[in-house]
Design a protein around this ligand. Structure first.
Ligand code: CS2
Length: 503
């Protein structure tokens, strides 16, 4: 598409001519473009610098890369909620690459250019080729097995990064930092462990060099950025006054907590509101993964099964909204460390408002993807903590049971569900080969790659998930959620009646 059709035919800002390819980002999806690329854009407007992005897509996304090139890598981001509408042009990406357009060699060489200081990643949980439960590197993963056989023409993100680091070492270039921006706990450590384990298999000396010289900062990233739809593109066009096939809708909220551990410099991200550089990201990661992402997964499975297309529709149902609040405050909050700068009750209210944003059009089906990779850190770890302390985890059990019901592959109106998950075939076959709920639940829970057996083999955990599953099967997800909410309410009233002093 010619750039004149998109309205990006005006000259770009004068600061843009200063930009160099200092950060190579793998995973040029919506989240990266409305979060990290936008932060750098704001920073470059405030403090002109040479920090610019090369955005790489390794698998899908070739037509998108072509669209982005057609408009000189400029695109529109609309931030919208009930109170705010902001329309911004992002220009911090100055180049883009895709193996089918440029060849893998060119991508590896770009990362091995001397001025590159950071390689960052949004490749989703499955892109790290680690076991979702233990987060150990998965050396037999088909993509990795292929890369081990042909390490100079890798396909996986890990393989590409290691090939580039090998070139940098060979050329005597400065080390750099590899920064994961995906929703995984300890994402820096997991990335380092996977990269070093892979490098060990192809070149043990390189593995040592990586361990000693490359830093892997952890990050917590947060902004809700739904996949673009025709409707959101129309909304962007009406607000921006031009059609932009690369445009994005997001919310005004943005948070990015980054471990300050960069070996070759970094942009002054902390100048931008919502971004902080800290020593220890872990408490922020856990808070976000459990409160936000855990609630998201709960709403995605129960909401989808109840017939809701969007998260905001699910939240418009007062029972679901209250159930989400209870899940956060009664079952996730007690598992978290208190933070000096964030009050968790206020945080939960903020999340309820963010989820209710009707402009976002965030599909329950989108969040329901890749459940096998998401459940451990969002739901199961908390169940483990609560079970140990003999506290209730009924809402988390309901979320797990809703995922299991979803895996049946047909919704409550007998319509097929398109299950997207790296383990979909295997999980679908388990979900459909047993005649009783008990045996199906037991078989799913014994999947060691997903579930920590020391948690899910406890009888109270099996019982709570089975109870929730049977309720969903008999009443549907909506009524099962209402029933749970009602029983919690009754319990609360009873404890109030028992413990309140006589008048
Ligand atoms: C969502 C996240 O798709 C999902 O699994 O829970 O993408 C969520 O929107 C972001 O993590 C918000 O920061």
């Amino acid at each position: 598409m010619a750039s004149s059709q998109t309205g990006y035919d005006q000259p770009s800002s004068s600061n843009r001519s200063l930009l160099k390819n200092r950060i190579v980002h793998i995973g040029c999806g919506a989240f990266f473009r409305a979060h990290q690329a936008l932060v750098l854009e704001k920073l470059n407007q405030m403090l002109p610098s040479d920090w610019g992005y090369t955005a790489v897509s390794l698998f899908s996304g070739m037509p998108f890369i072509q669209e982005l090139r057609n408009q000189d890598h400029r695109y529109t981001v609309v931030e919208q909620d009930h109170n705010t509408v902001n329309v911004q042009t992002v220009e911090s990406i100055i180049d883009s690459m895709h193996p089918s357009l440029d060849g893998i060699d060119a991508i590896i060489n770009r990362m091995a250019e001397p001025q590159v200081s950071i390689i960052s990643l949004t490749i989703t949980e499955k892109g790290y080729c680690v076991d979702p439960n233990t987060r150990q590197f998965h050396a037999t993963h088909p993509l990795i097995a292929q890369d081990i056989a042909t390490p100079k023409t890798p396909k996986s993100a890990l393989g590409v990064i290691v090939a580039a680091l090998s070139l940098r070492k060979e050329r005597g270039l400065p080390a750099l930092s590899v920064m994961s921006c995906d929703n995984m706990p300890h994402n820096g450590e997991v990335t380092k462990a996977a990269i070093v384990a892979y490098a060990k298999l192809i070149d043990p000396e390189l593995a040592e060099w990586i361990s000693a010289h490359i830093s892997f900062p952890s990050t917590m990233v947060d902004r809700i950025v739904p996949a673009t739809t025709d409707e959101s593109l129309q909304n962007i066009e009406s607000l921006a006054g031009k059609f932009d096939p690369c445009g994005l809708m997001t919310e005004p909220f943005l948070q990015w907590v980054i471990e300050d551990n960069f070996v070759s410099g970094r942009p002054q991200w902390e100048k931008i509101e919502g971004v902080s550089l800290v020593k220890d990201v872990q408490p922020y990661e856990e808070m976000k993964l459990r409160m936000l992402n855990g609630s998201h997964s709960f709403l995605a499975y129960t909401g989808f099964l109840s017939g809701y297309e969007y998260i905001s529709d699910t939240m418009a149902d007062p029972n679901f909204k209250e159930m989400t609040r209870r899940l956060m405050l009664d079952e996730q909050k007690p598992t978290l460390q208190e933070l000096d700068d964030i009050n968790l009750v206020d945080y939960s209210e903020l999340l309820l408002n963010r989820f209710s944003n009707p402009y976002l059009k965030h599909k329950t089906a989108q969040i329901a993807t890749d459940g096998s990779q998401k459940l451990p850190q969002r739901i199961i770890e908390s169940i483990g903590i609560l079970a140990k302390e003999e506290q209730s985890f009924a809402a988390l059990a309901l979320a797990t049971a809703a995922w299991m019901r979803y895996l049946k592959g047909v919704d409550e109106n007998n319509q097929p569900i398109n299950i997207i998950d790296p383990l979909s075939e295997h999980l679908l076959s388990i979900a459909n080969q047993y005649s009783t709920a008990d045996s199906m639940i037991k078989a799913l829970l014994s999947e060691e790659s997903i579930f920590d057996q020391s948690i899910v083999q406890q009888q109270p955990v099996i019982d709570a998930i089975t109870r929730a599953y049977v309720n969903i099967e008999q009443k549907g997800a909506k009524k099962a959620s209402w029933k749970l909410l009602f029983s919690q309410h009754v319990l609360l009233m009873m404890s109030f009646a028992i413990y309140s002093p006589p008048i």
